[in-house]
Design a binder for this molecule. Sequence first.
Ligand code: MEV
Length: 319
Amino acid sequence: MLNEGIGHSHAKAILMGEHSVVYGEPAIALPLKNIDMTVTITVRSDQQQLIHSKYYEGTLRDLAGSYEGIRQLIMRLLTQFNANDLGFDLRFASKIPQERGMGSSAATSIAIIRAFYQLFETKLDTKTLRHLANIEESITHGSPSGIDAATTSSSDPIFFIKNKELTPFKIDIPGYLVIADTGVMGQTGLAVSSVRRLFDEEPSSTRRLISNLGQAAIEAKQALQDGDVEQLGDLMNKAHGYLHALGVSHPHLETLVKTALKNGALGAKLTGSGIGGSIIALAKDLHDAKRIAKALIAAGAKEYWISPLSADSQAEATE
Ligand code: MEV
């Protein structure tokens, strides 16, 4: 065992297919590598198990509420490595806002698991990494599709079908995503269960919305392959309409989506579970992206990020 283990991860944005992905429809998600997180575990000489983060400062034992999944994940890792009595300081350094549709809980798990495996000098394969992260995600969110753990541990965009397909691919087209935070907490568990309720109450119209979202994801994959950003923007607008009809939008999300479109976005939609959280808007170039971001802040967004669609221009947008 080393004295210190370090694990990294990053945020994600679902480009297409949130919610419908839970029902087996395809989805596309992008890693946001410049919005990252680092977890450092340092071994202590006593047996105290201490967590230090912006949101929580205290013992592992007292970590509760929405962190229950994280607590259970750490306990499981300690048991797995035969180290239940190990004293440690576990520190988070994160740029990912919590509960804003950007995969913060999955990214936290991914970074923790990587840090523990490094500490215990154990090789970690991707399948195990995602499996362990999804244990936390099930406790935190109910019945996750697995897309958050898959994207926050992937360095490429992914085409994803729950329990069936996880295909990383490259995007090689111009265009920038502006991600903007409403400042309103999205609640994944609540949003997923409200769609489930709608499904029970109105099965045929809900089924239609879900399959329309899946179809939009398939067409978006094609638009990405064809380099057709305008078509991608249209599909994002359609997807936002379907998500709104599923009841997972929020007045602040609506304001930001409309503001982005009014300021030249090719398309805009909520991203992640909704009912708060963030939007993504598609800009044709960096200049437009900056203008849209400024307008979003003026319309009440709390924070924004600009990320190129194509990973090759990653460095350009980092400001
Ligand atoms: C949350 O980032 C995405 C949802 O589709 C839930 C899931 O896929 O588990 C809303």
